[in-house]
Design a protein around this ligand. Structure first.
Ligand SMILES: *[C@@H]1O[C@H](CO)[C@@H](O)[C@H](O)[C@H]1NC(C)=O
Ligand SMILES: *[C@@H]1O[C@H](CO)[C@@H](O)[C@H](O)[C@H]1NC(C)=O
Length: 813
C-alpha cells in the first residue's frame, strides 16, 4: 500500500534516462524513469525537447497520448511539451513483484502524423516495511526440549522489490533461541527459530523474543514480531531439602505426638512435579515404630517410647519425593538426651550368711554391685546402708561396695540383721533403690548354761522309794543348737564317806534329781548336792548349782522306853509305901522317839492297871502318881501298862509294863513277886539258841563271801582280756522297781538294778539270765533287829553276765 510513503517526506531523486531514438520520419521512442509515489503534476520528462519537436508543432499537431494501459498515471502537458504525473503511482499496486515496472504508451501527433513510443519506468522506492502476518504469537515449549529443536518458521513479506525487499531477520535475545534465515525455493526468506540453549522453566518461565524482519532499503524498514514463549515444566528438578542434615534433640520418655523436627524440601518444578511428600527411607522396624513422619508437612513426631539407654542417637533417612518421580534423601539425626528415668540396680555379688557371732571387726559380709544405666549425673550412684547396725559399707572398686562388720555381734541379742542398701543417683529428682538382706548370725558357744536358780532346795520324805524324783533343776543356754544342748551332771563329792552318786543321781537330759536310795531321816537330815550343767559346745561351757536336800521326817519310829528298863529276866518293881500320900510320885516312864517334831512328841496313857483308881500317868511327862490314899486293902503287886504314843500320823506307840509293889518292906515284896521269875529258865535257853544261830549264820556268810570274791576276781580278769571298752561308763539308775512278792501284803518292796552298759544314754541294760544273779536280801524286821540271808543261786554264766549285779532290798516296815 503506497499510502505510507505519502505521510513521510521522502527525498527522492529522479533519474532520467532519455533515450532518443530517432525513428525515421515518423517513429521514435523515448524512455523515462520516475520513482513511484510522485505527486500529481510532478514533472516526468520534456518530451518536446527530447523528441526535438517544436512546442508549436505539438500544439498544432494535437499531440496526445494514446493506446496505452494505465494512461491515467501520465499526462501530457501540450503547452509545455512535458509529461507530468497524472495520478499517484504505487509501483506495488501497479506491478506487484514484477520488476521492472513500466508504463508503455504512445504519443500521437497529426499533420503529419507522428507516433512516438514513450516508456515510463516506475522505479521502486522503499515505501513498504516487511510485514508479519501477526504482531504477536504465543508458543509453549517443554523445558526439556533439546537444543537444536526447531520451534517455528516465520516469514515476513515486503512488497517492495529489489533492494527494498525483505532482506533478513534478527532475533533478540538469543540466549536460548536463535534463528536461521532460510530461503524457500520460490525465493521467500523465512526465519527458522530453533532452541539454542536448553531452557529452564525454573529460571525463566516466560520468554519474550522479538523477531525483526528488515528490508534492504535506505532507510531501512523493519517490522517486529513478538514471540511469547511459555516454558512448560518438566519434572527436571528433584526436591531439595532446606538443610543438608537435620539435627534435633529429644529428651527420652517424651510423650507421643511431640514434634521433634520438621524437615522441609522444595521442588522448583510446578504442579505435581513440585508437590513434595516426605517418606522415611527404608530403615529398621524399631526406628520406624518410634517416629512418625507426616507425609505432607514433614513433621517428625514421637510415636513410641524413646529410651536413651537403648539408643542414644537415631539417624533416619528421609526422602522427599515429588509426584513426577524425582526424589532426594537427607539424613535426620535425632539425639536423645538422658532423663533420670532409671533407678539404680543393686546386685548381690556375694553374701556370707550366716556369719559367726565372734567374727572380728572388718569381716566382709557382702559385696554388692550397683549400676545405673542412666548417664552422667543421672548414673552416678551413692550407696549407703541403714544405720544402728554394726555394719559399715565401703566403696571398693568402681560400682562395688563391701559391707563389713563394724561392731560386736551377739547372736543371743540380735540373731539377725536386716541390712538395707539404699542406692541413690544424682539425677534431678534423684531415684533410689532399696534392697534388704537378712543376715543371720550363727552361734558360737559363748554362753554357759545358766541355772534358773543358783540354789535349789528340795525335800525328800524319808523312806522314799529309790528313784523318787525330788526336783528337776533347769539350766538354760542362750546359745543355739548343739551349743545350747544342756546336759546335767552330778559333781561327785564325798558324803559320809560315800560317793554322792550313791545317794542321788541326776538325769542327764531332764535334770531330774532322783534318789538312789531310800533315806532315813534318823541318819541323814540334809545334804548338799552340786549339779553341773554343761552345754554341747566345743569346748563345752558349764555352770554349777547347789541343791540342798532335806530329808523330811516320817513317823517311822515308835517311841522307845528308856525307863523302866524292860529286861527279860530281871524283875524291876517300884516301891510305894503304904503311907504314900495322894499324888505320890511312883516313877516316871521315860521314853524317846528318834523321830522329830510331832512324830517325837510323846504322850503317855495308862492302858491297863491292876487298880485303875490308884494310879495315873501324866499325859505329858509320863509321871506315875497315886491318885488316892493307899490302903491296906490294896494288893502288893500292882501291874500298870503304860502306852507311850507319839503324835505322828498315824501315831506309833510303845507299851511298857511297870511293876509297882505296894509294901513297906522288901521281904514282903519278894514273897509277892516270886512268880515274876518263873519263865527265867526259858529266857536263858532262848539266849543260848540265839547265840548259836548267830554263830552259824556268821560262818556261812563269811564262807560265801570268800567264794564270791574269788569267783569275781577270776571273772574280772577274764573279762579284761575279752572285753576292752574305752567308752566311758556312766552309771544309770532307771527308776524301776516292782513288788517282788506280788502279794500286796508287804507294800514296800523295791527292786532296783545296777546296770553296767556301754552307753549311758541307752536305757537298756545288759542283764544276765535270771538264774545267774547274785541276790542279797535284807529284811529289817518291825522290831528293828535285822536278819540277813544270802545265797548264791547259781554258778556264773558268760563273762559279760558277770558284770551285771542285781540287788534286791526288801523293806517291810
Ligand atoms: C527383718 O525383716 C523381716 C521382714 O520384714 C522382719 O520380719 C524382721 O523382723 C526384721 N528383722 C530385724 C532384725 O529387723
Ligand atoms: C563348780 O563346782 C566345782 C566343784 O565344786 C568347782 O571346782 C568349779 O569351779 C565350779 N564351777 C563354777 C562355774 O562355779
Amino acid at each position: 500500500m503506497p499510502f505510507i510513503s505519502n505521510e513521510r517526506s521522502i527525498k527522492w531523486q529522479v533519474q532520467i534516462f532519455i533515450v532518443i531514438c530517432l525513428i525515421e520520419a515518423a517513429f521514435s521512442q523515448i524512455r523515462y524513469s520516475i520513482p513511484e509515489e510522485m505527486r500529481k503534476g510532478s514533472f516526468v520528462g520534456n518530451v518536446a525537447e527530447d523528441l526535438g519537436i517544436d512546442a508549436e508543432r505539438m500544439k498544432s499537431g494535437g499531440a496526445r497520448i494514446v493506446n496505452g494501459d494505465n494512461i491515467e498515471y501520465i499526462k501530457l502537458d501540450v503547452d509545455k511539451g512535458t509529461l507530468v504525473v497524472g495520478e499517484r503511482i504505487d509501483r506495488e499496486q501497479l506491478c506487484g513483484q514484477t520488476s521492472p515496472c513500466s508504463l508503455n504508451f504512445e504519443m500521437i501527433m497529426m499533420n503529419p502524423m507522428q507516433l512516438h513510443s514513450i516508456v515510463v519506468e516506475v522505479l521502486d522506492i522503499n515505501d513498504n516495511s516487511p510485514m508479519f502476518p501477526e504482531k504477536e504469537i504465543h508458543l509453549e515449549i517443554l523445558e526439556s526440549a533439546l537444543p537444536g529443536t526447531e520451534i517455528l518458521q516465520e516469514s515476513a513479506t515486503d512488497p517492495d522489490v529489489g533492494i527494498n525487499a525483505l532482506h533478513g531477520y534478527t532475533l533478540h535475545p538469543t540466549t536460548n533461541f536463535n534463528i536461521k534465515v532460510q530461503s524457500s525455493p520460490n525465493g521467500i526468506k523465512y526465519a527458522q527459530l530453533f532452541l539454542f540453549n536448553a531452557l529452564d522453566r525454573e529460571k525463566e518461565e516466560n520468554l519474550l523474543l522479538t523477531l525483526t524482519a528488515v528490508d534492504g532499503g535506505e532507510p531501512q524498514r523493519s517490522e517486529t514480531l513478538k514471540i511469547r514463549i511459555t516454558v512448560l515444566d518438566t519434572n527436571d528438578n528433584a526436591p531439595v531439602f532446606t538443610q543438608s542434615i537435620f539435627k534435633a534433640y529429644v529428651a527420652e520418655n517424651i510423650p507421643e505426638g511431640t514434634l521433634v523436627i520438621t524437615v522441609s524440601a522444595t521442588d522448583t518444578d510446578e504442579g505435581i512435579n513440585g508437590r513434595v511428600t516426605y517418606h522415611f527411607n527404608r530403615m529398621s522396624y524399631n526406628v520406624a515404630e518410634l517416629f512418625s513422619l507426616d507425609e505432607h508437612t514433614g513433621d517428625i513426631t514421637v510415636n513410641g517410647q524413646i529410651d536413651y539407654e537403648k539408643n542414644k542417637m537415631y539417624e533416619i533417612g528421609v526422602q522427599a519425593k515429588d509426584q513426577g518421580g524425582q526424589s532426594t534423601s537427607t539424613k535426620v539425626i535425632i539425639e536423645v538426651t538422658d532423663v533420670n528415668d532409671n533407678a539404680p540396680i543393686i546386685t548381690l555379688t556375694s553374701f556370707s550368711s550366716p556369719i559367726a557371732e565372734d567374727s572380728s571387726i572388718g569381716t566382709t559380709v557382702a559385696i554388692i554391685n550397683v549400676k545405673d544405666i542412666d548417664s552422667g549425673k543421672n548414673g552416678k550412684i551413692d550407696c549407703t546402708i541403714n544405720t544402728k547396725i554394726p555394719f559399715a559399707i565401703r566403696s571398693s572398686l568402681k560400682n562395688y561396695y563391701t559391707v563389713v562388720t563394724d561392731g560386736v555381734l551377739d547372736r543371743e541379742r540380735y540373731p539377725d540383721y536386716n541390712i538395707t542398701f539404699t542406692a541413690v543417683d544424682e539425677g534431678r529428682p534423684p531415684l533410689s533403690t532399696n534392697k534388704t538382706l537378712t543376715l543371720r548370725v550363727s552361734d558360737v558357744n559363748d554362753n554357759a548354761p545358766v541355772f534358773a536358780q543358783r540354789h535349789y532346795e528340795a525335800n525328800i520324805i524319808e523312806n522314799n522309794s529309790p528313784g523318787f524324783s525330788a526336783l528337776s533343776v533347769k539350766a538354760y543356754d542362750f546359745d543355739s543348737g548343739q551349743n545350747s544342748r544342756v546336759t546335767y551332771l552330778l559333781i561327785d563329792t564325798q558324803f559320809n564317806g560315800n560317793s554322792m552318786s550313791s545317794y542321788i543321781s541326776v538325769n542327764a537330759e531332764s535334770g531330774a534329781l532322783q534318789a538312789v536310795r531310800s533315806f532315813d531321816y534318823e541318819q541323814i537330815k540334809t545334804f548338799k548336792v552340786f549339779v553341773k550343767a554343761q552345754d554341747g559346745g566345743s569346748p563345752p561351757l558349764s555352770s554349777n548349782a547347789t541343791v540342798k536336800i532335806n530329808i523330811v521326817d516320817q513317823n517311822d519310829n515308835a517311841p522307845q522306853v528308856l525307863y523302866p528298863v524292860q529286861t527279860g529276866g530281871s524283875l524291876v518293881a517300884e516301891m510305894v509305901p503304904r503311907s504314900a500320900e495322894v499324888g505320890y510320885l511312883v516313877t516316871k516312864v521315860v521314853a524317846v522317839d528318834v523321830d522329830s517334831g510331832q512324830n517325837a512328841w510323846l504322850s503317855y496313857k495308862l492302858q491297863k492297871a491292876t487298880d485303875r483308881a490308884l494310879f495315873e500317868v501324866g499325859l505329858q511327862n509320863g509321871e506315875i502318881r497315886t491318885i488316892r490314899q493307899v490302903t491296906d486293902k490294896d494288893a502288893v503287886k500292882q501291874r500298870l501298862t503304860v502306852v507311850v504314843e507319839d503324835n505322828g500320823q498315824p501315831s506309833r506307840s510303845a507299851t511298857v509294863i511297870v511293876n509297882v509293889a505296894v509294901a513297906d518292906s522288901f521281904p514282903e515284896v519278894l514273897s509277892e513277886f516270886i512268880d515274876f521269875t518263873q519263865d527265867k529258865e526259858y529266857n536263858d535257853n532262848l539266849t543260848f539258841y540265839l547265840v548259836l544261830a548267830l554263830a552259824v549264820v556268821s560262818f556261812l556268810f563269811l564262807t560265801c563271801l570268800v567264794v564270791i570274791i574269788s569267783v569275781k576276781i577270776y571273772r574280772w580278769r577274764q573279762s579284761r582280756i575279752l572285753y576292752q571298752s574305752n567308752l566311758p561308763v556312766i552309771p544309770y539308775y532307771p527308776p524301776r522297781y516292782s513288788d517282788t512278792l506280788g502279794t500286796g501284803t508287804l507294800p514296800h518292796v523295791y527292786n532296783y538294778e545296777v546296770c553296767r552298759t556301754t552307753d549311758s544314754r541307752k536305757s537298756d541294760c545288759k542283764f544276765g539270765r535270771a538264774g545267774s544273779q547274785n541276790v542279797l536280801i535284807m529284811e529289817p524286821s518291825s522290831t528293828g533287829t535285822m536278819k540277813t540271808e544270802k545265797s548264791i543261786l547259781d554258778e556264773l554264766g558268760t563273762p559279760l553276765e558277770v558284770s551285771s549285779v542285781m540287788l534286791i532290798i526288801s523293806v517291810s516296815p
